[in-house]
Design a protein around this ligand. Structure first.
Ligand code: HAM
Length: 419
């Protein structure tokens, strides 16, 4: 029989790598929780319509959606991102604003898989709904920057742009369309197709033949209303005040259509340009209303867990933690002692593991070694009868050869001396 494999574009996360995931998630949660953000858990599938608000002309919606009819005939989609879901939840529950939400979980996009690009990937993200204050823009960018730094990342840049209000954006789209149309003959075939569907996306082309035209394209910051311009100034001065380094990226457009005003992306210099986006986001001031909710200007970001860990590998930081328990119990009397002792240790807050299946002493000692335990406790019939346990320190600079018997009753106390 042929064995199954994980579907194309997905991957299993196993120990020790899974421990890094857990650590990354815990750190993200802690840092944002400490800044007033609360965890929001939305379903991983929604009615398709929720995601159509991302932009009907985007690749995410037109090409990459995992959508299907469920058994009740509803048109359902696996979420390709979480902002639309969070806004749907906001509109449904009407929490008091500003609503500061964080989330973590799998997202699904039917993309061509490659290094750092998956069909099921994971994002950590934050959204602040119900405020137009530029300080909120600064806050999310500064917190995300601090999160990356806390992992040890250094080789990345924060790129910032503003697309202006909806009217500014529409005007800019017209200008960009006209500009690219006048250069259509010089554009790549793909960009000509993109131009017909979504002119802004041409600015994102990385094709060599497009670059001279893209580089000379009109900049959105030149088409901002006074209000949007002033907002963008405040965002920049806020980032400077908090010493968050950033670069203006006048042609930064993002793959989703709901953005207004601030847009940003963190680009890693340690990764190839096809997968260098560590995270990105921006304002989506009209999305709540588009979903039938109240006016609620908002800003947020999402960051790819796989990408972040790739960048950590490339920079040699944030290694997987050693999967070590404090104590490994070796029991040659059949296993009952191992069971009792491991649970006694665990109850006392000492992490402990053991072997199963009544293995030989040699095999159990090997398992003890692999476990990374600081201390191995050995119970044979002699110890059991004498009410003792043999304690052998395995690390922390103790003489690895020495071992001695301690009283079974005080074993936790003895073990603690070696942790
Ligand atoms: P996005 O730029 O589509 O934005 O995705 C955010 C991040 O998710 C990317 O920077 C990247 O790190 C990661 N990512 C995206 N696609 C893949 C993939 N196929 N494989 C691996 N990683 C991927 C959003 O999703 C918006 N919801 C962000 C946002 C929140 N804007 C406002 N609020």
């Amino acid at each position: 029989m042929t064995a199954f494999r994980a579907p194309i574009g997905t991957k299993d996360v196993l120990p020790p790598d899974s421990a890094r995931w857990a650590m990354l998630a815990a750190r993200f949660y802690e840092q944002f929780h400490a800044a007033g953000y609360g965890l929001v858990i939305t379903p991983i599938f929604e009615e398709l319509g929720v995601f159509l608000r991302i932009g009907e002309a985007t690749d995410v919606v037109t090409k990459e959606m995992y959508d299907f009819d469920d058994k009740g005939g509803r048109r359902i989609a696996l979420r390709p991102e979480s902002t639309a879901s969070v806004v749907r939840a906001f509109v449904e529950h009407r929490p008091t604003t500003p609503w500061k939400a964080i989330y973590l979980g799998p997202q699904f996009r039917y993309e061509a898989p490659q290094a750092g690009r998956f069909r099921q990937f994971h994002q950590v993200g934050a959204e602040v709904l119900g405020t137009l204050d530029p300080d909120a823009d600064v806050e999310v960018m500064a917190l995300l920057d601090r999160f990356y730094r806390s992992l040890g990342l250094q080789r990345y840049r924060l790129l910032v742009n503003s697309l202006g209000d909806r009217a500014d954006r529409a005007r800019y789209v017209d200008v960009v369309r006209a500009y690219f149309q006048s250069h259509a003959a010089e554009l790549s075939e793909q960009s000509r197709v993109t131009l017909a569907r979504n002119p802004l996306r041409v600015l994102d082309s990385k094709r060599r033949e497009d670059l001279p035209i893209v580089m000379a394209a009109p900049r959105s910051v030149d088409y901002l209303s006074d209000e949007a311009g002033a907002h963008f100034e405040r965002v920049q001065s806020g980032l400077r005040a908090l010493d968050v380094p950033f670069e203006l990226a006048p042609r930064l457009v993002r793959g989703l259509d709901y953005y207004t005003r601030t847009t940003f992306e963190f680009a890693s210099d340690a990764l190839g340009s096809a997968q260098n986006a560590l995270g990105g986001g921006g304002r989506y001031d009209g999305l709540s209303e588009e979903m039938g909710g109240p006016a609620a200007p908002a800003i947020g970001f999402a960051a790819g867990v796989e990408r972040i860990l790739l960048a950590c590998d490339a920079e040699g930081v944030f290694p997987a933690p050693a999967a070590a328990v404090d104590v490994f119990v070796v029991d040659t009397t059949g296993g009952a002692e191992a069971m009792a002792l491991t649970f006694e240790l665990r109850s006392a807050g000492v992490s402990a593991d053991r072997a199963f299946d009544g293995r030989s002493m040699k095999s159990q000692m090997k398992a003890a070694d692999r476990s990374g335990a600081a201390v191995v406790l050995i119970v044979g019939s002699q110890e059991r009868d004498a009410g003792t346990v043999t304690l052998r320190p395995l690390r922390n600079g103790f003489d690895q050869q020495s071992q001695f018997e301690v009283s079974r009753a005080d074993v936790v106390q003895h073990v603690r001396k070696y942790l």
